[in-house]
Design a protein around this ligand. Sequence first.
Ligand code: HEM
Ligand code: HEM
Length: 163
Amino acid sequence: MEWFVRAFIKASLAWLAAGVTLGVAMALVPQWIIVRPAHMHMNLLGFVAMMIFGVAYHLIPRFTGHELHSRRLAAIHWWLANVGLALLALGFLLVPVLGFRPIALLGVGGTLAALGAYCFAYNLWRTIDGRAELRAAERAAMERMQSERAGRLPMMSSRGTAG
Ligand code: HEM
Ligand code: HEM
């Protein structure tokens, strides 16, 4: 298992633990429902999305038979996703303390998390397509097989009619 697959799954579990803890706090102290966006994004962008990122980085190359397009981009994604979500969640959590929405913090956190998601989309898109030279080789092998098969068919049918 690649280190970033393990790191995404572990981050997902850590965000789940933090997210449900905040959920219990909100359930117990109704005034805390003001931090609901932090709870939601810890659980949805943290637990759900990071579990999907980790599992997808492991499975998509195996499903397609193509190597992951860029391991470096997957590592960059891990940092963007986690630093981004930490800043976004902190921004939502600071609303009741500051008495206003810290737009810059939310904006920076949100932008980093979104950049990470773009890296993920691009990396898996290119992985699904595979490398251009491999695609060309696959096509050439397929054409060779088809023409060999077409060349053999008349012989097989003439042998068939000859008994
Ligand atoms: C022990 C686990 C959890 C507890 C105690 C908990 C508790 C809460 C509470 C108290 C609220 C606020 C409800 C309100 O506005 O009155 C809430 C909202 C929410 N929770 Fe959780 N939660 C838990 C787990 C999760 C998980 C695992 C997810 C997602 C995977 C999640 C997603 C959400 C969402 C999306 C909302 C907002 C719902 C809305 O705005 O209508 N929660 N949760
Ligand atoms: C870069 C990633 C993301 C950013 C920057 C972002 C930002 C936001 C912001 C600023 C809000 C409004 C919060 C408020 O009411 O104060 C919001 C709401 C919400 N987001 Fe996200 N979000 C992101 C990703 C996601 C993802 C991946 C999910 C689900 C898988 C999600 C689910 C929701 C939900 C359910 C709401 C509440 C909508 C409502 O209250 O009607 N978000 N998001």
